[in-house]
Design a protein around this ligand. Sequence first.
Ligand SMILES: [Zn+2]
Length: 172
Amino acid sequence: MDGPEFHGPEFLVALVNTRTFGDGASDRLADVASARAWLREHGGREAIGESQRIRLAELRDALRSDWLAPGAAPRPPLAQLLNRAAAELRPLFTVDGVTLSGAVGPDRVLGQVADAVFWAVASGAWPRLKACQNDTCHEAFYDSTKNASRTWCSMSPCGNRMKARAYRERHA
Ligand SMILES: [Zn+2]
């Protein structure tokens, strides 16, 4: 693995947040140069090409769709994309434990997404990976609340909507 960020849910959250919605909508995976720059920021060394960029963006958009309705494990179409990305992953046992080792070269990053999802599901973190319900936001976040009940990200106005709803629920 290239670094801690590539392994945990943080990598998946960062991947989903390469695209933003609403005012100032942006997409860091819109072209190869921008996608490579984003990967380098997250410890990726491989020079991905257009086909990897497209598959990475597909995985990202499927992750967001899945996280808008969090479940116990990835569902179709995300599951199919992950199975394709994970095709070359295999467990590698070392004196330190076990890792998933995958393809080398530009396809490596796709396996790393599948690897991060594998560990998120295995560790029980998966249902806490969510995308903000606000249609003009959809920011990905890790829900660390005790009962995993958060549906909005912490940004305003989403956070304010969340607070207003909590207030209504308290005073209902
Ligand atoms: Zn939000």
